[in-house]
Design a protein around this ligand. Structure first.
Ligand SMILES: [Zn+2]
Length: 254
């Protein structure tokens, strides 16, 4: 009965949570490792907290805002510290793609504009914090059980939370020398192109979901790692191209 129960879980809509902390950090690091040195130099010492702390901001914001939970690890202690990075001017939180094209474009443009403005103004800490939220947004939008609601993901037969089973880990990986490139000539066209790539990745993940859930229900970590790596790698590639576009624009004064 276990497999039918697991497969039935595929029929529910969009999730609200996704990758755990370590996968976010690995995706961010893999993307930054492909950036030209001169771009990383613009971030200076902010590259490290971008990988370790800033890319978790949307989760930490939600935990503090909705549950009053403050992590013991280094990082923000209050909602007020990070609200400006995680919430748009219109009050809508920026976390992962919603599937609504207008909303998601608005969130990407919000982040792109602030990363570019702060890079151009030589404010690396600010740029890095928005870049962290961008990394989170891209990674969560691209997590494997993207079509599955977390509250539906409890395999009662085995007590396995399929969602967290899939997303709690991601092996370390690199983009193996992949060279990032511009996603668009202007930040608006780049935001549109990045969004299309996120939607395409999410569609592919949905296609793979029966196999992923089967692996999760069977606790087959090796099989899950194949899908985790595929999704994590693609997220890192998309992030690398988005950041490359913004660094390049800052450099050329676009
Ligand atoms: Zn998240």
């Amino acid at each position: 009965m276990r497999l039918p129960v697991c497969l039935a879980l595929l029929l529910v809509p969009w999730p609200s949570t996704a990758w755990d902390t370590a996968p976010h950090q690995r995706i961010t690091k893999a993307a930054l490792d492909t950036m030209p040195r001169r771009f990383l130099d613009r971030l200076g010492t902010e590259a490290t907290p971008l990988v370790e702390i800033y890319c978790i901001y949307p989760d930490r914001y939600e935990e503090m805002e909705h549950f009053g939970f403050v992590r013991k690890s280094p990082g923000p202690r209050t909602v007020a510290e990070i609200r400006q990075y995680c919430v748009r001017a219109d009050g809508r939180p920026v976390h992962g793609a919603t599937g609504d094209r207008d909303v998601d474009t608005g969130s990407l443009v919000f982040l792109f504009e602030r990363i570019l403005t702060n890079l151009s103004g030589n404010r690396p800490a600010e740029a890095a914090k928005y870049a962290g939220v961008l990394s989170h947004f891209i990674a969560d939008s691209h997590s494997p059980p993207h079509a599955v609601a977390p509250e539906e993901l409890l395999d009662l037969a085995e007590g396995v939370n399929v969602h967290s089973a899939i997303e709690r880990s991601l092996p370390e990986f690199t983009l193996r020398g992949r060279v990032p490139h511009e996603a668009g000539a202007h930040i608006l066209t780049a935001a549109g192109a990045i969004l299309e790539q996120l939607y395409a990745g999410a569609a592919q993940n949905r296609k793979n979901l029966p196999s992923i859930v089967k692996a999760a229900c069977g606790r087959d970590e090796r099989a899950m790692d194949v899908y985790r790596l595929r999704a994590g790698t693609r997220a890192a590639e998309i992030l690398a191209d988005a950041l490359y576009t913004l660094f390049h624009a800052a450099e050329t004064g676009q």
